[in-house]
Design a protein around this ligand. Structure first.
Ligand SMILES: Nc1ncnc2c1ncn2[C@@H]1O[C@H](COP(=O)(O)OP(=O)(O)OP(=O)(O)O)[C@@H](O)[C@H]1O
Length: 303
């Protein structure tokens, strides 16, 4: 079976016939969800009104193209499109063996076999969450899948085709600009990794391991984490690329440069209405994007 790619939440998979983008009401992996951050109740935006209880968690599957090494090993793509939308994993030899078949359902399937740009992944899974964040909702997007599936590729992207991190920040700043006549915003971000139960600051790794502390209001804070205030996504790009290189990597039998940590980008948006007669608290929305460590069977990675 060839591995596949990660996203919001993007999960592993593979297939043998082109699957088109299929929104639907299904079941499992690329997860994205909203939760109100507490405090002042946000006024539901049009995006949020559409967010029914069932849609609070969306699972999408992104399948990356087969790579050269896999081709050399005569790896076969065994995932096939099937139903609702779903993916069926078939016997690569084509023989009928029902014990090798396994079907999974997803909310969205992002295909595959042809080049699919991160933009398409972003638009179909994450773009509609941005409005909620500036209305005071918390949102989490996480990428999971086996090593080499394309989790980091999906969140970080490339210079020519930025991933979810940068595209989300771009849209966040556009949405802020559109309402900045009435509102004051501050946006800050931190980027950390969790590896072997310890936290490291990817924007300033020299600070060593960071502690979790509870503040006076009972919220859990990471003591000493770097918080960068920002006004545009462009200045963040080099920080994320540099921070990503600081991640703990370990060669495994499955990948020479496997990320063994979870990387978490946290973007905090504080919003305050300028109108003098409105006695409002500050609204705070947080966006977490999590690039999980590769999960795979231990015999495959041999570590
Ligand atoms: N959709 C894609 N199109 C083209 N290349 C891809 C795609 N997804 C991943 N790749 C390539 O596959 C390789 C592995 O991708 P990536 O590092 O993102 O995997 P990963 O799931 O984060 O792995 P790990 O868990 O080991 O860190 C990289 O060389 C990446 O450029």
């Amino acid at each position: 079976m060839s591995p596949a790619a990660g996203g919001s939440q993007v999960a592993p998979g593979c297939g043998s016939e082109p699957l088109s983008l299929q929104p639907a009401g299904g079941g499992s992996p690329f997860r994205a969800g909203h939760r109100h951050a507490g405090g002042l109740a946000p006024s539901p935006s049009s995006a949020m009104k559409d967010l029914s209880v069932e849609q609070q968690l969306t699972v999408a599957l992104r399948i990356r193209p087969i790579n050269e090494a896999e081709l050399e090993e005569n790896a076969a793509i065994i995932g096939r499109a099937g139903g609702s939308p779903g993916v069926t994993l078939a016997d690569p030899q084509g023989s009928v063996d029902t014990s090798l078949r396994n079907a999974a359902l997803y909310d969205i399937i992002i295909s595959i076999f042809m080049k699919i740009y991160c933009e398409e992944v972003y638009v179909s899974t994450t773009k509609n969450l941005v409005e909620g964040v500036i209305s005071g909702y918390n949102t989490t997007i996480f990428a999971y899948g086996p090593t080499g599936a394309g989790k980091t590729y999906t969140v970080l992207g490339t210079d020519c085709d930025p991933g979810i991190y940068i595209r989300t920040l771009n849209d966040l700043f556009k949405a802020i600009e559109a309402t900045s006549d009435n509102m004051d915003y501050t946006v800050s971000m931190s980027y950390l990794e969790i590896y072997n139960k310890v936290i490291r600051d990817l924007l300033n790794p020299s600070t060593g391991f960071l502690d979790l502390r509870e503040d006076a209001r009972g919220s859990i804070q990471i003591a000493g984490i770097t918080e960068v205030s920002t006004t545009n996504a462009q200045e963040i790009t080099p920080l994320l690329t540099k921070g990503n290189k600081e991640r703990t990597q370990e060669p495994t039998a499955a990948s020479k440069s496997s990320s063994r940590s979870r990387a978490v980008l946290q973007v905090t948006v504080k919003q305050k209405c300028r109108a003098k007669n409105i006695k409002e608290a500050v609204r705070v929305g947080k966006l977490f994007t999590v690039d999980l460590a590769g999960f795979e069977r231990a015999p495959q990675t041999q570590n």
